[in-house]
Write a protein that binds this ligand. Structure first.
Ligand code: GCV
Length: 702
């Protein structure tokens, strides 16, 4: 397995230095399997650099494997073992006994691990190889503190079974969307100009980075499946198998976006009707062949009847009919279908005030609850629109108790600054995951995604990675990718603590005075950066004031008279979308109590979502005491000042962090400041001209 990157590729959160604590000790790894070998390989690599040693039990030539024994006379400081283990060093054996007595078999599941420090030995136990790999990366995060005096026994298990990244990578360069749709980090790590990359080192290194964050699945191609990409399912399956081979050693399963029309376009059938026997047979046969090449293949991702993609509506069938035919084909092999709920009318008449895009997913899918097979995962964008910097949660999340739901985030920053702006998204995701759709006594969004006694659908996000030397274009955008994995593993983690982990790892040993100054500066720059972005862009949850098409920079009316269903309805008196039951589109009625009433009432609707739910006069007074128009002016002036402060703060790290990282971030911050000023000036000018209300503080509005 070669994951050694060329020197010009940034190590992200796994620089060699992050392995110093492990690589300088004597370790023993007991167990067998591909992922256990990966643990050994990682330790051996670290030891070669830092002078430690790593062993595996030496089998006696005449003994069965279970009687393997550690090398005699070695005192280990670190033991990894799959339980039930054969003979272990005394400290590890003692930990195993306590674990078995307290928890019994099965408590760690397929990916969990136990960590303890006993008799000066750090012990990691797991019941399956993936657990040891996650345990290894946990120790990397802990560094020296994993070897402190004592450490009570801790059990770690992921909250979500599926923690997946979707790539919107194309095989062919798309004439409008390029190699990676909504990609802001260069080309694809998988394909270049229509061909699979010969050297897949970066794909392997990517898998390693993802595993260290907690991700365990990747879908490799765009959900908009064009002609060449459709063939990944059949004659180009070799590409997918090659990616699976390099990702497997890091516990990452590969999934594939497929076209619903494949039976016609690839199979030559006259129809893709999901209830047609020939179509069912085609999916079954094709899927069988996929598993012959890739036995641990994860499954399909489908965007159907959405933004021009084919789907079951074309045959008068429901989305349950559509999803189930693929699910039936995958079921014998343990695969799943991620069926996206992003279905809406993108050819709307802007004059028609009764059609509300926010309603669409719930209107289409809620009536189908209970009709999907167990291996269908309905993949729901976290908000009802499309990854805006602020939206309510999608009401679909609370409407389908008999369906496995996955919640979808967007790590790629399509609407949050396109990796030219610093925008640390974990605080936003954390708010979403902690939101309680049925009120404080009910489950959270994270609990819905995690599932009850049966599996939930987990968390999915659109990746932000490309072939850029920093992986993500903006080096600080790496933190979003890292944080996604960590929150999918444990949604209760504090975003600031996750950022701290990322800083410690990424900048480990990089700066002369230790990571302290870097850490303070990065927290100052990043902790609140999502809210800063929100301040200088579209106000109070109204969204979509971006340039049409590429979605970067301000254009207040850019989408106002288009078919996309993304309107703000600003006029001389007020702004916002009336989505109430009383006088608007009725969207508030898709939420269960208490939110259906909280959002319905202008008095109780939270300020940050006011314009998402209500059309209000500019003089409307917010809970924060400001009028809507004054709030718009204030937040836009403040937001720009905050970006200027970020930039200054970063300047002070010149000479402290790697010069290449410093230069790239500086260049991006310059652009962020320019763009934030543009947002401020356009938004303020627009609303001043519409409303005629001057800024109470007399600042310059153009
Ligand atoms: C892959 C938005 C994006 C599209 C994307 C779509 C989706 O509309 O702008 O590029 O398509 O979401 O999530 O399917």
């Amino acid at each position: 397995m070669n994951t050694v990157l060329p020197n010009d590729v940034h190590a992200a959160w796994l620089p060699p230095e992050a392995f110093r604590a492990l690589g300088s000790r004597r370790s023993l790894v007991c167990g067998e399997g591909t992922l256990v070998d990966t643990v050994r390989h990682e330790l051996a690599r670290a030891c070669a650099r830092y002078g430690g040693s790593t062993d595996q039990p030496h089998p006696r030539p005449d003994a069965p494997p279970s009687d393997d024994r550690p090398a005699a006379g070695t005192s280990y400081e670190l033991v990894f073992a799959l339980v039930p283990a054969g003979l272990l060093p005394i400290a590890a054996a003692a930990v195993e006994v306590v674990y078995r007595r307290r928890h019994g078999a099965g408590a760690l599941g397929e990916e969990g691990f136990l960590l303890a420090r006993h008799a000066e030995v750090t012990v990691v136990l797991a019941e399956a190889p993936a657990g040891l790999l996650h345990g290894l990366f946990h120790l990397v995060r802990l560094g020296e503190s994993a070897f402190g005096l004592t450490r009570p026994m801790e059990l770690h298990r992921p909250a979500m079974r599926l923690r997946m990244l979707d790539h919107w990578d194309n095989v062919d360069v798309h004439p409008v969307m390029g190699q990676v749709e909504r990609g802001y980090a260069g080309g694809s790590i998988f394909w270049q100009d229509g061909a699979r990359r010969e050297d897949l080192t970066r794909v392997g290194a990517y898998g390693r980075l993802l595993a260290a964050g907690g991700v365990n699945a990747v879908s490799v191609n765009n959900v908009n499946v064009h002609a060449t990409e459709a063939r990944l399912l059949t004659d180009r399956l070799g590409d997918v198998a090659a990616f699976a081979d390099v990702l497997r050693p890091y516990g990452i399963r590969v999934h594939l976006s497929v076209s619903f029309a494949a039976p016609v376009t690839l199979g030559g059938l006259p129809t893709a009707d999901p209830l047609d026997d020939g179509v069912r047979g085609w999916w079954a046969d094709t899927t069988k062949q996929v598993y012959e090449s890739i036995p641990d293949f994860g499954g399909y991702v489908v965007k159907a009847d959405s933004e021009g993609q084919p789907g079951p509506f074309g045959y008068g069938r429901s989305h349950a009919d559509g999803a189930n035919v693929l699910a039936d084909a995958l079921a014998p092999f343990g695969g799943v279908v991620h069926w996206r709920a992003f279905v809406y009318n993108h050819r709307q008449d802007w004059r028609d005030r009764s059609t509300d895009r926010a309603r669409a997913a719930h209107d289409h899918f809620a009536p189908l609850d209970g009709q999907f097979r167990d291996n269908v995962i309905l993949q729901v964008k976290h908000g009802p629109m499309d990854f805006q910097p602020r939206e309510p949660i999608s009401p679909v999340i609370a409407a389908m108790p008999r369906t496995r739901l996955a919640v979808e985030f967007q790590v790629t920053q399509e609407y949050t600054g396109q990796q030219r702006h610093v925008c640390y998204l974990a605080p936003w995701w954390s708010e979403v995951l902690g939101f309680a759709p049925w009120g404080d006594d009910g489950p959270t969004v994270a609990a819905v995604a995690a599932g009850g006694p049966a599996d939930g659908g987990g968390l999915v996000a659109v990746s932000n990675v490309g072939d850029d030397p920093f992986w993500t274009g903006h080096p600080l955008a790496q933190a979003n990718l890292y944080a996604f994995g960590r929150l999918a593993w444990d949604p209760r983690l504090d975003p600031a603590a996750v950022l701290d982990e990322w800083i410690e790892l990424t900048f480990a040993g990089a700066s002369p005075g230790g990571p302290g100054p870097v850490r303070r500066a990065l927290h100052a720059i990043m902790d609140d950066s999502w809210r800063t972005y929100e301040r200088y862009t579209a106000p109070l949850g109204v969204g979509f004031m971006v340039r049409p098409g590429h979605h970067y920079g301000p254009d207040v009316d850019g989408y106002e008279y288009t078919p996309w269903g993304t309107y703000h309805f600003a006029d001389r008196d007020g702004v916002g979308v009336d989505r109430t039951r009383a006088s608007g589109t009725g969207f508030t009625g898709q939420f269960p109590p208490p939110w259906r009433d909280v959002y319905e009432s202008i008095e109780s609707c939270p300020d940050e979502l006011l314009l998402f739910f209500h059309h209000v006069p500019y003089g409307h007074v917010l809970h924060n005491g400001s009028t809507v128009i004054q709030h718009i002016y204030d937040t836009h002036f403040d937001g720009v000042e905050q970006v200027a402060a970020m930039r200054q703060r970063w300047e002070r790290l010149d000479g402290v962090v790697d010069p290449g990282v410093h230069a790239r971030v500086r260049e991006r911050l310059d652009e962020q400041l320019r763009c934030a000023e543009e947002w401020r000036d356009q938004i303020n000018a627009y609303f001043f001209r519409k409303s005629g209300v001057p800024d109470a503080r007399g600042r310059r509005i153009h």
